[in-house]
Structure formats: C-alpha cells, structure tokens
Design a protein around this ligand. Sequence first.
Ligand code: UD1
Length: 313
Amino acid sequence: MTQPVLVTGAAGFIGSHSVEWLLGQGGVRVVGVDNLRTGRLENLAAVRALPDFEWVLADAGDETAMRAVFQKYRPAGVLHLAALVSVPESFREPALNYRLNLAMADSLARLCLEFDCRRLVFASSAAVYGATEVLPNRESATPQPQSPYAAAKLAAEIMLLGYAASYGLEAICLRYFNVYGPRQDPSSPYSGVLSIFTERFRCGLPVTVYGDGEQTRDFIAVRDVARANGEALNRPGVASGRYNVCTGRAVSLNRVLAIYRELFPGSPPSEHAAARIGDIRHSLGDPEALRRMLGFTAETPFARALRELAHWA
Ligand code: UD1
C-alpha cells in the first residue's frame, strides 16, 4: 500500500481543489484534515466517497490529534493549507493569527520530523512582499509584511526553512498571488474581488470599485494553484525554498469589469468609492523560480476562466 499524502485545510477553497487534483493523478491516497472553521464539507462533495480519500475532522493545530493522524496514516508528504485566511481578522485577532498561521506550521513540521515525513508544502502568500516598490516581486526581495497575517506567514516560512537546514526536511513555501475560482467565499467585503464581482454581476447588483480601477493584480486560477501544490508535493528533487505561485501577468480591475460587462450585458453601472487604505496599486509576481524548479506555468486563460466562473453554480 502506498503511503498517503496529508492535506490540511482540505475542505477549504484551495484545499478542495488540491485534493481533487491529487486524486485525479491516480495511485495517490489523500488524507484530508479540516476543522470546518472556514472550510465547508460541501467543497469535498466530489471526492468524499472515493476509496483513495480519507476524511478526518480535526484541528490541524491540535498536536495530540495530529500525532494520532500521523501515527495511523504515516504520510509521505504534507500539503499544509489550513490557516487563518482573512487579513482583517489577523488585525482583530493577532493571537489567533499567531496560532493558526505560525504555531500550526511549526507543530506540523515537528510532526513531519518525528514521523519521517520528508516533505512539507506550505501555503504562504504574496502578502509577505508588502509595500515593495520593485515589480515584479521576486523571491529574493526583502519582505516587508504590513499585517499580522503577512508577518506570521513570513515567520512560518523562516521556521520551516530553518528546519530544512537543520534536519533535512524538504520545506517548500509557496507564495500565492491573487487566487480566484469556484468555491471562493464572496461573503465578506474582504473576500477576493473576483468572487465578489461574480456574485454581484450574477445577481444584477452593482459592484463597487475602490479607486480608479487601474490597480492591477496577478490573478491566478485555483486549478493552476492546485496543480502547483500537487507537483510541489509529488515531484522528486524539489529544493526547499520560497516560490511565487503566479502568472507573471498583470490585469487591471477595469479590464476585469470589461469582461464582466460582456458576460452580463445590461448590468447596472459600477459604483465608485475611495481607494482602500493600505491598498497596493500594483501586484505582480515573477513566476520564473517555480518554472525552473517544477516546470510549472499557469495555463488557465483569464477571460475564459472568468466566463466559466460566471456560469458556475
Ligand atoms: C490580496 C489578498 C490579501 C493580501 C494582499 C497582498 C485576497 C482576497 N486578498 O489582497 O490577503 O494581503 O493580496 O498583496 O486574495 N476591490 C474593489 N471592489 C471590491 C473588492 C476589492 O475594487 O468589492 C479592489 C481592492 O481595493 C483591490 C483589488 O480590488 O484594489 C483586489 O482586492 P482583493 O481581491 O481584496 O485582493 P488584494 O487587495 O490584492
């Protein structure tokens, strides 16, 4: 029997897509852990009944519970996606942010060492770059975290890479840029802009554009992110380090709006509001390091993916 891989945050937006990608490879067993704090069991509807999938309802930060999971399944690798995902929540709840975004990664890394699990792939964020002026963001740039969230993600990267240097753990820290796609929760004003816009256009409601709409983002489809996660977990010979997960292409909000207006003709005009405090004008990643290491390039054409998202039920 092959050793399974463990996915934390399996019922989340990125987690559920990653589990599907892994199972789609065939011959891979996946143990999915989630405490359903922000994840949803419905996200796993397509995989719950598959024989290669094991569902575990647990808090991935509960070391005792997770030791039992490691003991039982002896995972060959861990994809660690469980996290506090909201930047505003990290400001309101810094202690919880510390526990979920830093202490949990440390605890899982130590369990990997204890149970001879060689590789840990960690969900980091482009947020670690903060207010850097030089674009595109390269992994070698000095990070300037601007939130408790970004600080904890950066600290977790440092802990994991320290364990890599000290004990030979393979720690692969993936810095996601703006991820979008089906199952992203649009319910908070701080949800990803594409999830909010999709929902509002579908309901015939006006969207709010903060600022002039000329701000740009490096939007990457969740199916590409799932593939990057899976390859980072499975490929032999991936070096420990930090890697951007991005497309290398900048798309403005006005371009996004133009696509939506074609998809939903007759929608109400956008409302405009002042730019958000602390909003970054342009965010763009350099995808080169991950391309060199994994042969990974984002493949999903943006306009087509938006069209699919618009029709996703
Ligand atoms: C993203 C991350 C955040 C991270 C930051 C680091 C998401 C959801 N957030 O924030 O965790 O700290 O990158 O760079 O991925 N906007 C509108 N109208 C709306 C909603 C948003 O105009 O209704 C604008 C925002 O002001 C912003 C852009 O759309 O200019 C993108 O917003 P958002 O999707 O929240 O992502 P980031 O701000 O890039």
